[in-house]
Design a protein around this ligand. Structure first.
Ligand code: COA
Length: 420
Protein backbone atom coordinates (compact mmCIF):
# COMPACT_ATOMS: atom_id res chain seq x y z
CA UNK A 1 0.00 0.00 0.00
CA UNK A 2 1.28 3.43 -0.92
CA UNK A 3 -0.12 6.87 -0.05
CA UNK A 4 -1.37 7.75 -3.54
CA UNK A 5 -2.66 4.32 -4.58
CA UNK A 6 -5.60 4.77 -6.95
CA UNK A 7 -4.63 8.28 -8.07
CA UNK A 8 -3.96 8.46 -11.80
CA UNK A 9 -1.99 11.36 -13.25
CA UNK A 10 -2.09 12.51 -16.85
CA UNK A 11 1.48 13.73 -17.10
CA UNK A 12 1.89 16.30 -19.84
CA UNK A 13 5.15 17.58 -18.42
CA UNK A 14 8.58 17.96 -19.97
CA UNK A 15 12.12 19.09 -19.17
CA UNK A 16 12.61 19.43 -15.38
CA UNK A 17 10.03 21.36 -13.36
CA UNK A 18 6.90 19.38 -14.25
CA UNK A 19 8.61 15.96 -14.36
CA UNK A 20 10.01 16.60 -10.85
CA UNK A 21 6.46 17.08 -9.60
CA UNK A 22 4.97 13.98 -11.22
CA UNK A 23 7.96 11.86 -10.20
CA UNK A 24 7.42 12.82 -6.55
CA UNK A 25 3.77 11.74 -6.88
CA UNK A 26 4.75 8.51 -8.66
CA UNK A 27 7.14 7.67 -5.85
CA UNK A 28 4.21 7.83 -3.43
CA UNK A 29 2.26 5.41 -5.59
CA UNK A 30 0.32 7.49 -8.14
CA UNK A 31 -0.07 5.88 -11.57
CA UNK A 32 1.66 8.46 -13.76
CA UNK A 33 1.01 8.28 -17.50
CA UNK A 34 3.49 10.43 -19.38
CA UNK A 35 2.18 11.69 -22.71
CA UNK A 36 4.94 12.22 -25.27
CA UNK A 37 5.02 13.31 -28.89
CA UNK A 38 5.27 10.24 -31.18
CA UNK A 39 8.83 9.56 -32.25
CA UNK A 40 10.15 12.59 -30.36
CA UNK A 41 9.24 12.40 -26.71
CA UNK A 42 10.39 14.70 -23.94
CA UNK A 43 13.21 16.87 -25.34
CA UNK A 44 15.46 15.84 -22.46
CA UNK A 45 15.58 12.23 -23.69
CA UNK A 46 18.22 13.35 -26.17
CA UNK A 47 19.78 16.30 -24.32
CA UNK A 48 23.23 16.09 -22.66
CA UNK A 49 23.57 12.48 -23.69
CA UNK A 50 26.57 10.63 -22.29
CA UNK A 51 25.88 7.41 -24.25
CA UNK A 52 24.81 7.55 -27.93
CA UNK A 53 21.16 6.68 -28.67
CA UNK A 54 20.36 6.02 -25.02
CA UNK A 55 17.94 8.10 -22.92
CA UNK A 56 20.00 10.74 -21.17
CA UNK A 57 20.58 10.86 -17.43
CA UNK A 58 18.71 14.15 -17.54
CA UNK A 59 15.59 12.27 -18.63
CA UNK A 60 16.03 9.04 -16.67
CA UNK A 61 16.63 10.86 -13.37
CA UNK A 62 13.38 12.83 -13.70
CA UNK A 63 10.97 10.22 -14.96
CA UNK A 64 11.17 7.19 -12.70
CA UNK A 65 8.09 5.12 -11.90
CA UNK A 66 6.10 6.52 -14.86
CA UNK A 67 4.49 4.90 -17.89
CA UNK A 68 4.97 6.44 -21.34
CA UNK A 69 2.36 6.74 -24.07
CA UNK A 70 3.21 8.25 -27.44
CA UNK A 71 0.27 10.44 -28.39
CA UNK A 72 -0.15 13.33 -30.78
CA UNK A 73 -2.48 15.80 -29.06
CA UNK A 74 -2.87 17.78 -32.28
CA UNK A 75 -4.16 14.87 -34.38
CA UNK A 76 -8.00 14.46 -34.31
CA UNK A 77 -7.86 10.81 -33.25
CA UNK A 78 -5.13 11.72 -30.76
CA UNK A 79 -7.41 14.37 -29.26
CA UNK A 80 -10.16 11.77 -28.81
CA UNK A 81 -7.71 9.47 -27.02
CA UNK A 82 -6.62 12.39 -24.89
CA UNK A 83 -10.24 13.14 -23.98
CA UNK A 84 -10.63 9.54 -22.85
CA UNK A 85 -7.48 9.92 -20.75
CA UNK A 86 -8.85 13.11 -19.20
CA UNK A 87 -11.98 11.21 -18.22
CA UNK A 88 -10.03 8.40 -16.59
CA UNK A 89 -7.41 10.43 -14.69
CA UNK A 90 -7.56 12.45 -11.47
CA UNK A 91 -4.95 15.08 -12.21
CA UNK A 92 -3.48 16.63 -15.36
CA UNK A 93 -0.05 18.16 -14.85
CA UNK A 94 1.57 20.35 -17.49
CA UNK A 95 4.40 22.82 -17.87
CA UNK A 96 4.08 23.87 -21.50
CA UNK A 97 4.78 27.40 -22.58
CA UNK A 98 1.82 29.69 -21.79
CA UNK A 99 -1.24 28.91 -23.94
CA UNK A 100 0.03 25.64 -25.47
CA UNK A 101 -2.60 23.43 -23.81
CA UNK A 102 -5.38 25.84 -24.85
CA UNK A 103 -4.05 25.80 -28.42
CA UNK A 104 -4.31 22.02 -28.35
CA UNK A 105 -8.01 22.50 -27.47
CA UNK A 106 -7.71 21.50 -23.83
CA UNK A 107 -8.84 24.62 -22.00
CA UNK A 108 -9.72 24.45 -18.32
CA UNK A 109 -13.42 24.77 -19.26
CA UNK A 110 -13.24 21.85 -21.69
CA UNK A 111 -11.35 19.65 -19.25
CA UNK A 112 -13.71 20.55 -16.41
CA UNK A 113 -16.67 19.68 -18.62
CA UNK A 114 -15.14 16.32 -19.57
CA UNK A 115 -14.23 15.47 -15.99
CA UNK A 116 -15.39 17.81 -13.21
CA UNK A 117 -13.25 15.94 -10.68
CA UNK A 118 -10.05 16.55 -12.58
CA UNK A 119 -7.38 18.76 -11.02
CA UNK A 120 -5.39 20.72 -13.61
CA UNK A 121 -1.95 21.67 -12.34
CA UNK A 122 0.39 23.97 -14.23
CA UNK A 123 3.85 25.42 -13.87
CA UNK A 124 4.64 28.59 -15.77
CA UNK A 125 7.65 30.89 -15.59
CA UNK A 126 5.69 33.86 -14.29
CA UNK A 127 2.29 34.36 -12.69
CA UNK A 128 -0.28 36.84 -14.03
CA UNK A 129 1.36 40.17 -14.89
CA UNK A 130 3.66 41.70 -17.46
CA UNK A 131 5.68 38.54 -18.14
CA UNK A 132 2.95 35.91 -18.04
CA UNK A 133 3.43 34.95 -21.70
CA UNK A 134 7.18 34.34 -21.44
CA UNK A 135 8.95 31.02 -21.75
CA UNK A 136 11.23 30.41 -18.81
CA UNK A 137 14.09 28.08 -17.91
CA UNK A 138 15.78 27.53 -14.55
CA UNK A 139 18.36 30.29 -14.59
CA UNK A 140 15.85 32.87 -15.78
CA UNK A 141 13.68 32.01 -12.79
CA UNK A 142 16.66 32.31 -10.46
CA UNK A 143 17.39 35.74 -11.91
CA UNK A 144 13.78 36.94 -11.87
CA UNK A 145 13.01 35.51 -8.44
CA UNK A 146 15.67 37.38 -6.46
CA UNK A 147 18.14 34.54 -6.09
CA UNK A 148 20.81 35.68 -8.55
CA UNK A 149 20.91 39.29 -7.33
CA UNK A 150 21.56 38.07 -3.80
CA UNK A 151 23.98 35.24 -4.63
CA UNK A 152 27.69 35.61 -5.34
CA UNK A 153 30.52 37.64 -3.91
CA UNK A 154 30.12 41.29 -3.06
CA UNK A 155 31.05 43.50 -6.01
CA UNK A 156 31.03 40.55 -8.42
CA UNK A 157 28.52 39.29 -11.01
CA UNK A 158 25.09 38.05 -9.94
CA UNK A 159 25.36 34.28 -9.60
CA UNK A 160 23.04 31.34 -10.23
CA UNK A 161 23.12 28.41 -7.84
CA UNK A 162 23.66 24.71 -8.54
CA UNK A 163 20.42 23.84 -6.79
CA UNK A 164 17.59 23.84 -9.31
CA UNK A 165 15.33 25.94 -7.15
CA UNK A 166 13.30 27.26 -10.09
CA UNK A 167 12.64 23.89 -11.71
CA UNK A 168 12.81 21.19 -9.07
CA UNK A 169 11.83 23.69 -6.36
CA UNK A 170 8.65 24.71 -8.16
CA UNK A 171 7.91 21.08 -9.05
CA UNK A 172 7.95 20.32 -5.37
CA UNK A 173 5.58 23.20 -4.65
CA UNK A 174 3.21 22.04 -7.37
CA UNK A 175 3.14 18.54 -5.88
CA UNK A 176 2.15 20.11 -2.57
CA UNK A 177 -0.64 22.05 -4.32
CA UNK A 178 -1.91 18.93 -6.09
CA UNK A 179 -2.08 16.83 -2.94
CA UNK A 180 -3.88 19.69 -1.18
CA UNK A 181 -6.39 19.94 -4.05
CA UNK A 182 -6.93 16.16 -3.90
CA UNK A 183 -7.67 16.56 -0.20
CA UNK A 184 -10.19 19.36 -0.90
CA UNK A 185 -11.79 17.20 -3.59
CA UNK A 186 -12.67 14.72 -0.88
CA UNK A 187 -15.02 17.40 0.51
CA UNK A 188 -16.31 19.02 -2.67
CA UNK A 189 -16.13 16.26 -5.25
CA UNK A 190 -14.69 18.80 -7.68
CA UNK A 191 -11.32 19.47 -9.24
CA UNK A 192 -9.69 22.88 -9.44
CA UNK A 193 -6.80 24.66 -11.11
CA UNK A 194 -3.46 24.56 -9.31
CA UNK A 195 -0.87 27.04 -10.55
CA UNK A 196 2.72 27.61 -9.52
CA UNK A 197 5.08 30.07 -11.14
CA UNK A 198 8.83 29.63 -11.07
CA UNK A 199 9.40 33.28 -10.17
CA UNK A 200 7.03 32.91 -7.19
CA UNK A 201 8.71 29.67 -6.16
CA UNK A 202 12.21 31.16 -6.22
CA UNK A 203 11.11 34.34 -4.43
CA UNK A 204 9.43 32.26 -1.76
CA UNK A 205 12.73 30.44 -1.17
CA UNK A 206 14.51 33.81 -1.01
CA UNK A 207 12.35 35.19 1.80
CA UNK A 208 15.33 35.95 4.05
CA UNK A 209 16.57 38.38 1.41
CA UNK A 210 13.18 40.13 1.30
CA UNK A 211 13.49 40.29 5.08
CA UNK A 212 16.91 41.91 4.75
CA UNK A 213 15.62 44.34 2.11
CA UNK A 214 13.25 45.73 4.73
CA UNK A 215 15.80 45.64 7.56
CA UNK A 216 18.07 47.74 5.35
CA UNK A 217 15.67 50.65 5.71
CA UNK A 218 16.54 50.75 9.41
CA UNK A 219 20.31 50.52 9.19
CA UNK A 220 23.19 48.43 7.84
CA UNK A 221 23.04 44.63 7.92
CA UNK A 222 25.58 44.10 10.65
CA UNK A 223 26.03 40.37 10.19
CA UNK A 224 27.13 40.84 6.54
CA UNK A 225 30.90 40.81 5.90
CA UNK A 226 30.42 44.08 4.07
CA UNK A 227 29.58 45.75 7.38
CA UNK A 228 32.75 44.43 9.04
CA UNK A 229 34.77 45.66 6.07
CA UNK A 230 33.31 49.17 6.43
CA UNK A 231 31.72 49.17 2.97
CA UNK A 232 28.51 51.24 2.89
CA UNK A 233 25.24 49.57 1.85
CA UNK A 234 23.21 50.69 -1.16
CA UNK A 235 19.43 50.66 -1.41
CA UNK A 236 19.06 46.97 -2.40
CA UNK A 237 20.20 43.87 -0.55
CA UNK A 238 23.74 43.15 -1.74
CA UNK A 239 25.36 39.85 -2.58
CA UNK A 240 26.68 38.44 0.66
CA UNK A 241 29.12 35.75 -0.44
CA UNK A 242 28.94 32.89 1.99
CA UNK A 243 27.70 34.89 4.97
CA UNK A 244 24.99 33.09 6.89
CA UNK A 245 21.47 34.21 6.04
CA UNK A 246 20.25 33.41 9.55
CA UNK A 247 20.58 35.16 12.89
CA UNK A 248 23.74 33.21 13.76
CA UNK A 249 26.81 34.47 11.86
CA UNK A 250 28.58 31.90 9.69
CA UNK A 251 31.26 31.69 7.00
CA UNK A 252 33.01 29.14 4.79
CA UNK A 253 36.49 28.49 6.16
CA UNK A 254 39.52 26.69 4.77
CA UNK A 255 40.47 23.28 6.11
CA UNK A 256 43.66 21.24 5.88
CA UNK A 257 44.42 20.47 2.23
CA UNK A 258 42.50 23.42 0.76
CA UNK A 259 45.49 24.32 -1.43
CA UNK A 260 44.97 21.24 -3.61
CA UNK A 261 41.39 20.12 -2.85
CA UNK A 262 38.75 22.60 -4.07
CA UNK A 263 36.23 21.22 -1.57
CA UNK A 264 38.40 21.19 1.54
CA UNK A 265 36.32 23.74 3.40
CA UNK A 266 33.84 23.80 6.23
CA UNK A 267 30.85 25.95 7.00
CA UNK A 268 31.26 27.30 10.50
CA UNK A 269 28.48 28.92 12.53
CA UNK A 270 29.30 30.89 15.66
CA UNK A 271 26.01 30.02 17.30
CA UNK A 272 25.60 32.11 20.46
CA UNK A 273 24.71 29.07 22.57
CA UNK A 274 27.98 27.36 21.57
CA UNK A 275 30.23 30.44 21.77
CA UNK A 276 32.15 29.35 24.87
CA UNK A 277 32.95 26.01 23.24
CA UNK A 278 34.11 27.83 20.11
CA UNK A 279 36.50 29.94 22.21
CA UNK A 280 37.91 26.84 23.90
CA UNK A 281 38.35 24.80 20.77
CA UNK A 282 40.16 27.54 18.82
CA UNK A 283 42.43 28.36 21.78
CA UNK A 284 40.88 31.72 22.70
CA UNK A 285 39.40 31.04 26.17
CA UNK A 286 39.95 34.69 27.09
CA UNK A 287 37.24 35.72 24.60
CA UNK A 288 34.60 34.04 26.75
CA UNK A 289 34.54 36.88 29.27
CA UNK A 290 36.00 39.72 27.23
CA UNK A 291 33.18 42.30 26.76
CA UNK A 292 34.37 42.84 23.16
CA UNK A 293 33.65 39.19 22.30
CA UNK A 294 31.34 37.76 24.95
CA UNK A 295 27.95 38.73 23.44
CA UNK A 296 26.54 38.36 19.92
CA UNK A 297 26.12 42.13 19.55
CA UNK A 298 29.68 42.85 20.68
CA UNK A 299 30.95 40.34 18.12
CA UNK A 300 29.10 41.80 15.12
CA UNK A 301 31.68 44.47 14.22
CA UNK A 302 34.51 41.95 14.81
CA UNK A 303 33.25 39.03 12.72
CA UNK A 304 36.04 39.35 10.15
CA UNK A 305 38.71 39.02 12.83
CA UNK A 306 36.78 36.27 14.65
CA UNK A 307 36.34 34.11 11.54
CA UNK A 308 39.97 34.71 10.50
CA UNK A 309 41.02 33.40 13.93
CA UNK A 310 38.71 30.39 13.70
CA UNK A 311 40.11 29.67 10.24
CA UNK A 312 43.64 29.54 11.63
CA UNK A 313 42.35 26.57 13.64
CA UNK A 314 40.22 24.90 10.93
CA UNK A 315 43.23 25.00 8.58
CA UNK A 316 45.04 22.63 10.93
CA UNK A 317 42.31 19.97 10.56
CA UNK A 318 40.55 18.17 7.71
CA UNK A 319 36.91 19.11 7.19
CA UNK A 320 35.88 15.77 8.69
CA UNK A 321 38.08 16.28 11.77
CA UNK A 322 36.54 19.73 12.23
CA UNK A 323 33.12 18.10 11.98
CA UNK A 324 33.91 15.43 14.56
CA UNK A 325 35.47 17.84 17.05
CA UNK A 326 32.82 20.56 16.76
CA UNK A 327 29.87 18.22 16.62
CA UNK A 328 30.92 16.72 19.95
CA UNK A 329 30.89 20.26 21.38
CA UNK A 330 27.46 21.15 19.92
CA UNK A 331 28.96 23.70 17.53
CA UNK A 332 26.90 23.71 14.29
CA UNK A 333 29.25 23.21 11.37
CA UNK A 334 29.19 21.21 8.16
CA UNK A 335 31.80 20.04 5.65
CA UNK A 336 31.61 21.15 2.03
CA UNK A 337 30.83 17.82 0.37
CA UNK A 338 31.62 17.28 -3.29
CA UNK A 339 29.22 15.42 -5.61
CA UNK A 340 31.83 12.66 -5.71
CA UNK A 341 31.74 12.33 -1.92
CA UNK A 342 27.94 12.42 -1.83
CA UNK A 343 27.64 9.77 -4.54
CA UNK A 344 29.79 7.47 -2.43
CA UNK A 345 28.12 8.19 0.92
CA UNK A 346 26.70 4.91 2.18
CA UNK A 347 24.20 6.45 4.61
CA UNK A 348 22.48 8.26 1.72
CA UNK A 349 22.20 4.95 -0.13
CA UNK A 350 20.81 3.29 3.01
CA UNK A 351 17.97 5.82 3.30
CA UNK A 352 17.11 5.80 -0.40
CA UNK A 353 18.12 9.44 -0.86
CA UNK A 354 20.55 8.20 -3.51
CA UNK A 355 19.55 5.07 -5.40
CA UNK A 356 21.17 2.86 -7.98
CA UNK A 357 18.81 2.03 -10.83
CA UNK A 358 19.17 -0.49 -13.66
CA UNK A 359 18.02 0.54 -17.14
CA UNK A 360 17.68 -1.78 -20.16
CA UNK A 361 19.72 0.34 -22.57
CA UNK A 362 21.83 2.41 -20.17
CA UNK A 363 22.76 -0.13 -17.48
CA UNK A 364 23.24 0.95 -13.87
CA UNK A 365 23.22 4.60 -12.86
CA UNK A 366 22.75 6.70 -9.76
CA UNK A 367 19.77 8.90 -9.13
CA UNK A 368 18.30 10.90 -6.31
CA UNK A 369 15.42 9.10 -4.62
CA UNK A 370 12.47 10.44 -2.66
CA UNK A 371 13.75 13.10 -0.22
CA UNK A 372 10.56 12.97 1.87
CA UNK A 373 10.07 9.74 3.79
CA UNK A 374 6.64 8.45 4.79
CA UNK A 375 6.71 5.66 7.37
CA UNK A 376 3.69 3.88 5.84
CA UNK A 377 4.32 4.53 2.14
CA UNK A 378 7.52 2.82 1.05
CA UNK A 379 9.20 4.08 -2.12
CA UNK A 380 10.68 1.73 -4.68
CA UNK A 381 12.43 3.73 -7.38
CA UNK A 382 11.80 2.09 -10.76
CA UNK A 383 13.53 2.97 -14.01
CA UNK A 384 12.11 5.56 -16.41
CA UNK A 385 10.04 4.27 -19.34
CA UNK A 386 11.33 3.99 -22.87
CA UNK A 387 9.50 6.24 -25.33
CA UNK A 388 6.04 4.79 -25.91
CA UNK A 389 6.84 1.68 -23.90
CA UNK A 390 3.33 1.53 -22.46
CA UNK A 391 1.26 2.86 -25.37
CA UNK A 392 -0.39 -0.50 -26.09
CA UNK A 393 -0.97 -1.27 -22.42
CA UNK A 394 -2.58 2.12 -21.76
CA UNK A 395 -4.82 1.96 -24.82
CA UNK A 396 -5.98 -1.57 -24.03
CA UNK A 397 -6.03 -1.72 -20.25
CA UNK A 398 -6.54 1.83 -19.02
CA UNK A 399 -8.69 3.18 -21.84
CA UNK A 400 -10.21 -0.21 -22.74
CA UNK A 401 -10.08 0.22 -26.51
CA UNK A 402 -10.77 -2.98 -28.47
CA UNK A 403 -8.03 -4.43 -30.72
CA UNK A 404 -9.88 -3.08 -33.79
CA UNK A 405 -10.11 0.39 -32.29
CA UNK A 406 -6.41 0.29 -31.41
CA UNK A 407 -5.61 -0.69 -35.01
CA UNK A 408 -7.61 2.35 -36.22
CA UNK A 409 -5.86 4.65 -33.74
CA UNK A 410 -2.49 3.40 -34.90
CA UNK A 411 -3.48 3.80 -38.55
CA UNK A 412 -4.34 7.47 -37.88
CA UNK A 413 -0.75 8.14 -36.80
CA UNK A 414 -1.95 9.41 -33.41
CA UNK A 415 0.22 7.11 -31.29
CA UNK A 416 3.23 6.23 -33.40
CA UNK A 417 4.52 2.81 -34.34
CA UNK A 418 3.73 -0.26 -32.27
CA UNK A 419 6.73 -1.31 -30.17
CA UNK A 420 7.73 -4.95 -30.34
N1 COA B 1 1.27 16.27 -29.01
C1 COA B 1 1.20 17.37 -29.78
N2 COA B 1 1.86 18.50 -29.49
C2 COA B 1 2.63 18.51 -28.40
C3 COA B 1 2.74 17.39 -27.54
C4 COA B 1 2.02 16.23 -27.89
N3 COA B 1 2.08 15.11 -27.15
N4 COA B 1 3.58 17.71 -26.54
C5 COA B 1 3.97 18.98 -26.75
N5 COA B 1 3.40 19.46 -27.86
C6 COA B 1 3.52 20.79 -28.45
C7 COA B 1 2.89 21.86 -27.61
O1 COA B 1 1.51 21.85 -27.76
C8 COA B 1 3.56 23.12 -28.19
O2 COA B 1 2.93 23.46 -29.39
P1 COA B 1 2.46 24.97 -29.79
O3 COA B 1 3.62 25.87 -29.46
O4 COA B 1 2.21 24.85 -31.25
O5 COA B 1 1.27 25.31 -29.01
C9 COA B 1 4.94 22.60 -28.56
O6 COA B 1 4.87 21.17 -28.50
C10 COA B 1 6.10 23.02 -27.71
O7 COA B 1 5.74 23.27 -26.37
P2 COA B 1 6.53 24.36 -25.52
O8 COA B 1 6.11 24.21 -24.11
O9 COA B 1 6.37 25.69 -26.16
O10 COA B 1 8.04 23.83 -25.67
P3 COA B 1 9.38 24.64 -25.90
O11 COA B 1 10.42 23.59 -26.00
O12 COA B 1 9.33 25.62 -26.98
O13 COA B 1 9.57 25.46 -24.52
C11 COA B 1 9.82 25.71 -22.14
C12 COA B 1 10.07 24.83 -23.38
C13 COA B 1 10.28 24.93 -20.93
C14 COA B 1 10.64 27.00 -22.25
C15 COA B 1 8.31 26.05 -22.03
O14 COA B 1 7.58 24.86 -22.07
C16 COA B 1 7.94 26.80 -20.77
O15 COA B 1 8.20 28.00 -20.62
N6 COA B 1 7.30 26.11 -19.82
C17 COA B 1 6.80 26.72 -18.61
C18 COA B 1 7.88 27.00 -17.61
C19 COA B 1 8.71 25.80 -17.30
O16 COA B 1 8.24 24.79 -16.81
N7 COA B 1 10.01 25.95 -17.51
C20 COA B 1 11.01 25.05 -17.03
C21 COA B 1 11.13 23.83 -17.75
S1 COA B 1 12.30 22.88 -16.87
Amino acid sequence: MTALDGIRILDFTHVQSGPTCTQLLAWFGADVIKVERPGVGDATRSQLRDIPDVDSLYFTMLNHNKRSIELNGKNETGKAVLERLVKSCDVLVENFAPGALDRMGFTWEHIHELNPRMIVASIKGFGPGPYEDCKVYENIAQCAGGSASTTGMFGDLPMVTGSQIGDSGTGLLLAYGIVTALFQREQTGLGQKVSASMQDGVLNLCRVKLRDQQRLQHGPLEEYSQFGEGIPFGSAVPRAGNDSGGGQPGRILKCKGWESDPDSYTYFITQAAAWKNVCDVIGKPEWKDDPDYATPNARLPRLQEIFATIEQWTMTKTKFEVMDICNALDIPIGPILSMEELAEEQSLRDTGTIVEVDHPTRGKYLSVGQPVKLSASPVEVKRSPLLGEHTQEILAEVLEYSPDEIADIRASGAVGEAKT
